[in-house]
Design a protein around this ligand. Structure first.
Ligand SMILES: [Fe+2]
Length: 263
């Protein structure tokens, strides 16, 4: 069995600044404390975007320093709040495609991990342009191994209208790249929504969860404003076996009593 960690939407700001009444750096530190204490055996850690809240250089500096505490390799991607140039300055080891997008692949046990860049400067919705989609199509054409796909934006509506309008839009190139390969994609991991959500899309299982700082409330009736909340932050522990992908979501600040349930 292979274990990896999925963290999303850390939204770091300049050191000492607050975001929605919370300190994102302190929240991330508590998250990493939990991972180090309970899951130091995880083989890698994926962070699915909105690493920084406004793409500030100091946010990526802090993120780089904090993630260096982890004993396992970290695989980050960009979200709509990120700044590609500032990210690359502090994460020069992260690969890019030939067009400079933060897209790459990494083996995850017997699976191919494929990481996409849906960041488009100046907009909140996701973009996977023809160039980025072609890179994905080329990767998928290389072999028939099972794939785990990682991206910041969901590529389909989730029923939260205020977030659905800033999902990946103009999905034609993305869908074309997946043509004929959907059965190989064993799981789709994304962020952006700041809520725990599970399901399947075109037969592809997916999961996402809350960020490490602020959250999005479950309001299915609000179409314009994004409803914020301070529901508990989370990360996920993913267990891979040859025939299964299992996602455990953990509320890492929860301190409620633990006890034995008995027989
Ligand atoms: Fe976010």
């Amino acid at each position: 069995m292979l274990k990896f960690i999925h963290i999303t939407d850390t939204h770091l700001v300049e050191q000492g600044h607050a975001l929605y009444g919370l300190d994102p750096a302190k929240r991330l530190a508590r998250c990493l404390d939990s991972v180090i204490q309970d899951h130091a055996d995880a083989k890698l850690c994926v962070v699915t975007g909105d690493l920084a809240h406004v793409g500030h250089r100091d946010a990526y500096r802090q993120l780089s320093e904090q993630l260096a505490r982890l004993p396992m390799p970290v695989l980050p991607i960009l979200g709509n709040h990120d700044n590609r140039a500032n990210f690359r300055e502090f994460f020069p080891q992260v690969q890019t495609d030939t067009n400079g997008f933060v897209q790459y692949e990494a083996p995850i046990g017997e699976y191919r991990g494929i990481f996409l860049d849906t960041n488009e400067p100046g907009v909140s919705h996701g973009v996977l342009c023809e160039k980025r989609a072609q890179w994905l199509a080329d990767r998928l054409a290389e072999d028939d191994r099972p794939v785990l796909l990682f991206m910041h934006h969901p590529a389909f509506p989730l029923g939260i209208p205020s977030m659905d309008r800033i999902a990946l839009l103009e999905t034609g190139p993305f869908q074309a790249a997946l043509q004929g390969h959907t059965q190989r994609i064993r799981h789709l991991f994304f962020g952006h929504i700041h809520r725990p959500i599970f399901g399947s899309w075109r037969g592809i299982p997916f999961s996402t969860m809350r960020g490490t700082n602020h959250q999005v409330a479950l309001r299915l009736d609000e179409t314009t404003n994004v409803p914020g909340s301070h529901e508990p932050p989370q990360y996920s522990v993913v267990l891979l076996q040859e025939e299964s992908v299992t996602v455990h979501v953990h509320d890492f600040l929860d301190r409620s009593d633990r006890f034995w349930l008995g027989e």
